[in-house]
Every structure is written in structure tokens, then in C-alpha cells.
Design a protein around this ligand. Structure first.
Ligand SMILES: CC(C)(COP(=O)(O)OP(=O)(O)OC[C@H]1O[C@@H](n2cnc3c(N)ncnc32)[C@H](O)[C@@H]1OP(=O)(O)O)[C@@H](O)C(=O)NCCC(=O)NCCS
Length: 291
């Protein structure tokens, strides 16, 4: 695992080295390992209590699949949380109240695509959100295109930074798959933090990826806290990227988040491995009833 950890320099706008060659796609691990993978994330699938279920009961929340009807309340939560205190957003000086509606909606994406999960309390109040996405070979280009079109210099810096992270992650080579499910945006209502909501959302999002047949998963942890979360889920640590290395051509640091957020840590994992035989067992415990 240590061999997978890479610290990368970030010359702004640099292209990957031409000498970098994709690693051969690893053989799928045996079924026993796949079950262990599920066991790490989703103990419920192998007959133990679900990760976080004790906390879920204690604090009374459930995880549900988002629909298009949730867009407004998700946007409202993102305005109160992600756009206000996500370290990379804060670090690029983006003013959430100046963020155009178009950009906000772009960042939230299409909730009817069946990739976003919500944590809601007994009165259906929204406590947390986890937007799932996909990293493919086109992701970097799409982000750069959006950066050029968005008409907001700070938002463009953020989008270019995300594009840069996709580039340095070299996910297709490192994970040996052309597409990866991404636990893309994670946010918990400040009043509901520290109850394991983000962790439970992440676990359920990973299980959803498995259900949807994604070969691999990844999380770009721009926050120290989401990094801790992935570490505690024992995901594979792929990249440690210090914010201080992302600079413009004059050497100025472009993203300066508040402490303790000094690094972006990228985590991933492989879902192959007899996953057709284990996917049914691992169905995400996501409620779609009455929605
Ligand atoms: C990051 C965030 C989603 C965590 O939400 P949460 O529901 O409080 O997280 P959890 O209770 O599931 O805790 C997850 C892990 O983070 C750690 N953590 C969370 N907040 C923490 C804090 N303020 N101080 C120290 N550790 C913290 C927890 O200890 C836990 O680690 P563990 O698994 O080793 O116990 C939330 O702080 C947030 O919305 N931040 C703003 C948006 C953001 O930064 N998103 C992440 C971008 S990748």
C-alpha cells in the first residue's frame, strides 16, 4: 500500500509526463477478498449491524435516494454548508452569495440520476447530502471547459483545481478502470455534525456504486475530516496533494484553506472481484418508499 502513496508536485497547468504509462489492469481479486471489501464498508451485508446503525437509531435519521424534487432543499443545504465551509471553496475565496444559480445547479447536478443520497430525520428534514458522480477520461476536460465558460474567476480557479486533481490522481491507470464512481460532494448540516452522518452517507454511496456495477470508487478529500472518514473506512490511499503546491506562474498559492485542511487526500478502491455474486447482498439500505 505504501507503494501506492504518491506526493505530487503541481506545476499549474502541467500535463502528465509523457513517459507515464498506464499500469496493466490488475486481475480481479478473488471473491473472498470482495466479501472482505464489503465487510469493511457494509458489515450489515455479512450479517453484522450496519456501520452507523447504532448512531442512526440514536439520532433518528435515515438515508434515502434523492429525486429531482429534492433539488431546492439540497441547494439550500449546500448554500449553508458546502459553498460556505468546504475547504477548497473557502480557500479560493469564493463568495457563496455571489455564486450564480447556474453554477450552483451545475455543482449540485441532476438529482434524478439516482446517484445522490440524503440523510433525513423523522420529520423529513434534510441533515446531510452525498452527491455521487463519475470520473472518466473526459472529466478533466469537462471541468476545464466549465471553468472557461462560467464567467466567475474564483469559481474558475476552483474548477481548474478540481480538474488538476483529476489529472494528478491518474485514476484510470492507478485503479485500472476507465470509470470510477465518485463520492463527489459531501455535506452535513452544521447542527448535525459529528454523528456519523457523512460516514454513513459515504458507506451507502459506495454500496450504491457496487449495486450500479461500477468497477472502482474514489473520493477526493479536500477536507481533513473527509480524509479521516476514508481512512477509518480503510479505503486505499492514492494521493496526498498539499494545497501549498497548487500555484500560479508567479508562484502564488491559488487555494489557501483554513487549518487543519492542508492537503487533499485521494482515496479509492476496487469493487470488482465476484461483484456480481455479492452485489445483491450489498444492496444499499436506501429507502425509496413514498418518494
Ligand atoms: C466533512 C463533513 C461532511 C463531515 O460531516 P459529519 O457528518 O460531521 O462527519 P462524521 O460525523 O461522519 O465524521 C466523519 C469523520 O470525520 C471526523 N470529523 C468530522 N468533523 C470533525 C471535526 N470538526 N473535527 C475533527 N474530526 C472531525 C470524525 O471524527 C469522523 O472520523 P472517524 O470516522 O475516524 O470517527 C462536514 O464537516 C461538512 O459538511 N463540511 C463542509 C463540507 C465539506 O468539507 N465536505 C467534504 C469535502 S470532501
Amino acid at each position: 500500500m505504501a507503494a501506492d502513496r504518491r506526493r505530487t508536485k503541481a506545476p499549474a497547468g502541467a500535463r502528465p509526463s509523457k513517459s507515464a504509462r498506464p499500469l496493466p489492469t490488475p486481475d480481479p481479486p478473488p471473491v473472498a477478498e470482495a466479501q472482505w471489501l464489503l465487510c469493511r464498508w457494509c458489515p450489515a451485508r455479512v450479517g453484522k449491524p450496519a456501520l452507523g446503525s447504532r448512531r442512526r437509531r440514536q439520532f433518528g435519521y435515515k438515508i434515502v435516494l434523492a429525486t429531482g424534487n429534492d433539488t431546492d432543499r439540497v441547494l439550500e443545504l449546500m448554500q449553508r454548508t458546502f459553498f460556505k465551509d468546504e475547504p477548497a471553496v473557502v480557500g479560493c475565496g469564493l463568495n457563496p452569495s455571489n455564486l450564480s444559480e447556474d453554477l450552483q445547479r451545475y455543482m449540485v447536478g441532476d438529482l434524478s440520476a439516482g446517484k445522490a443520497l440524503l440523510a433525513v430525520d423523522g420529520a423529513d428534514r434534510l441533515l446531510g447530502v452525498c452527491l455521487g458522480g463519475e470520473v472518466t477520461k473526459d472529466s478533466q476536460q469537462k471541468l476545464l471547459q466549465k471553468a472557461n465558460d462560467c464567467g466567475d474567476e474564483r469559481a474558475a480557479t476552483l474548477l481548474r483545481f478540481w480538474a488538476h486533481l483529476v489529472q494528478v490522481s491518474r485514476l484510470p491507470e492507478v485503479l485500472g478502470a476507465s470509470r470510477s464512481w465518485e463520492v463527489e460532494k459531501l455535506a452535513t448540516d452544521p447542527a448535525a455534525r459529528g454523528r456519523g452522518i457523512a460516514k454513513e452517507l459515504t458507506v451507502q454511496s459506495l454500496a450504491l456504486a457496487l449495486q450500479k456495477g461500477f468497477p472502482t470508487v474514489c473520493v477526493f478529500c479536500t477536507s481533513e475530516f473527509s480524509g479521516r472518514l476514508c481512512r477509518s473506512l480503510k479505503m486505499r490511499h492514492l494521493v496526498d496533494f498539499p494545497y501549498s503546491e497548487y500555484r500560479d506562474q508567479h508562484g502564488r498559492q491559488l487555494i489557501s484553506p483554513p487549518p487543519p485542511h492542508e492537503h487533499v487526500n485521494i482515496y479509492g478502491d476496487d469493487l470488482r472481484a465476484g461483484h456480481t455474486s455479492t452485489a445483491n447482498k450489498s444492496k444499499a439500505k436506501v429507502s425509496t418508499a413514498n418518494r
